[in-house]
Design a protein around this ligand. Structure first.
Ligand code: GDP
Length: 317
């Protein structure tokens, strides 16, 4: 029998960029699917969290709701990122415990890793230092979710897993320049430069930082496999396990969009962490799976989607 068939499942953040991909894969496959919307359940409020769990009574909860984005949102809204993510995480876990939820899948982030390390980041490196200052609050609030998972297992026997997601990209991302991550930001800039016949595209920083990129549909696949196959308090990386420099990424997007002008490096914008690439060894071992979509293929699909949905994508914060 399918692991999911007899389960009542709730996905917080189910209408977001990643959440929509999770929901699309779970719909019709689970016994009941709950997607709490923020206008009905404000997860920053503990009473709303309790009501949410009482209304949906999930067996399995995927906590994906978060206020987050690229390097610039961390510059603009560090207070909101701190408060909303910390309180939402604490409330959702506590409400899940009180409602007798048997398994929680926590969506964590590569930003929780120490900011100074330049090796492939292994799960055992997680506590080797503080996150990079550009993602300090986001990285730490997500890391506290893993601590809560550990504490709740120890005291209450509640099961949870903590997944450390690398940078995602794909259809349905935020393309707003204040919020977007680099892949979405550059796709928008190059597509617009081609449309408007502009001679240059501005790219932030020096181009030297290294990041890795996971296609959002692959990531959703990995999260569901992890829920089925992984059951350990040690956080698990979810990533392709290979990085590219921002310069390489920019040149790839330039090539795929057909932009013929010049790149202009704006070094007054921050580089952030120099290397943020996750070691995917444990993920491959535990899930028996590797992400199928290459960066070139995923970017090509994303650019096609963005061109077809530009007006709507540009509106979304
Ligand atoms: P990070 O992974 O948390 O640092 O977040 P981002 O995805 O926003 O940024 C990754 C890297 O891409 C940083 O070094 C940025 O300076 C660089 N970058 C280059 N151009 C852009 C851009 O237009 N927007 C964003 N968000 N980052 C850019």
């Amino acid at each position: 029998m399918d692991f999911w068939a007899d389960k009542r499942v709730v996905v917080t953040g189910g209408s977001g960029f990643l959440g929509r991909q999770l929901v699309a894969r779970l719909r019709g496959r689970v016994k009941e699917l709950g997607i709490p919307r923020s206008r009905e359940y404000n997860l920053v409020n503990v009473e709303d969290c309790r009501r949410c769990m009482q209304d949906f009574r999930p067996d399995l909860l995927i906590h994906g709701a978060a206020f987050y984005g690229g390097i610039w949102i961390n510059e603009l809204y560090p207070g909101r990122i701190y408060y909303e993510n910390l309180v939402m995480g604490a409330n959702v876990m506590e409400a899940a415990r009180l409602a007798g939820v048997t398994e929680v899948v926590q969506i964590g982030t590569a930003c929780s890793y120490p900011g100074h390390l330049e090796n492939l980041l292994k799960e055992e490196n997680l506590w080797d230092g503080p996150p990079h200052e550009t993602v300090w609050t986001y990285g730490l609030t997500k890391k506290m979710l893993a601590v809560q998972g550990w504490a709740y297992k120890k005291q209450y026997g509640m099961d949870s897993i903590h997944l450390l997601l690398t940078n995602l990209y794909g259809p349905g991302d935020s393309y707003n320049p204040d919020r977007s991550h680099v892949a979405a930001a550059l796709i928008r800039k190059f597509v617009e430069a081609v449309l408007e016949n502009r001679p240059t595209v501005e790219v932030w920083g020096t181009g030297r930082p290294v990041r890795e990129f996971m296609y959002v549909e692959d990531c959703a696949e990995a999260i569901l496999l992890a829920a089925e196959r992984y059951n350990d308090l040690t956080p698990l990386n979810v990533a392709p396990g290979a990085g590219v420099s921002i310069r390489e990424l920019a040149e790839l997007i330039q090539d795929l969009t057909g932009f013929r002008g010049q790149l202009q490096w704006n070094t007054s914008k921050p580089d952030g962490q120099m290397v943020k690439v996750l070691d995917a060894t444990r993920m491959t071992q535990h899930l028996g799976w590797t992400p199928p979509t290459s960066l070139r293929e995923g970017l090509a699909k994303t650019i096609k989607w963005y061109r077809a949905n530009k007006a709507e994508a540009d509106q979304r914060f």
